[in-house]
Design a protein. Structure first.
Length: 165
């Protein structure tokens, strides 16, 4: 368990069943939030976007999972290497655990892990349909940066941010 969090935060393997289940919940929520956001576009463009969003286990530095006192998973975040950069991916908190500071605790743990790994900064990509996420990142000191690859081509309206460590 990682220290200094009001919630138990565990570093688990990428394929931990709890983490996989939470990513499935996140996918369903994001599908609903982004329905129609990209308009009517060709299948090839959608496939390119899916490739840009894909996570490959060999890139993952850490998969962090928060739990409640009973050990039930309440949130998830991934820290990955994207070329020379360190990137936050797949932050999510279950509906039942929202509003309690779980996302902030997960982000803090991920940033601490990146610092320990020598990251000079952390970057992330999100979107306009996720205003809660944008507000959290801004409150933690992230600033907007230009849309970076692999998102620039297929998701030019992304909101990308960075935090120097």
């Amino acid at each position: 368990m990682l220290a200094a969090s009001p919630f138990p935060i565990l570093e688990v393997s990428w394929d931990d069943p709890r983490a996989v289940a939470l990513r499935g919940e996140l996918d369903a929520e994001l599908d609903a939030r982004y329905a129609g956001f990209h308009g009517d576009e060709p299948d090839e463009r959608q496939e390119e976007r899916q490739r840009a969003l894909a996570l490959h286990p060999h890139q993952v530095v850490a998969t962090l999972l928060s739990t409640d006192a009973a050990g039930t998973p309440t949130g998830h975040v991934i820290l990955r290497r994207l070329g020379d950069e360190w990137e936050i991916k797949r932050l999510m908190v279950t509906a039942a655990a929202r509003g309690r500071g779980v996302a902030r605790a997960l982000m803090t743990a991920a940033l601490d892990r990146a610092r320990e790994g020598g990251a000079p900064r952390v970057i992330l990509q999100t979107g306009i349909p996720q205003p809660e996420s944008i507000a959290l990142y801004e409150s933690m000191g992230f600033a907007r940066i230009p849309v970076y690859e692999p998102y620039a081509e297929t998701m030019p309206r992304s909101v990308c941010m960075a935090l120097p460590l």
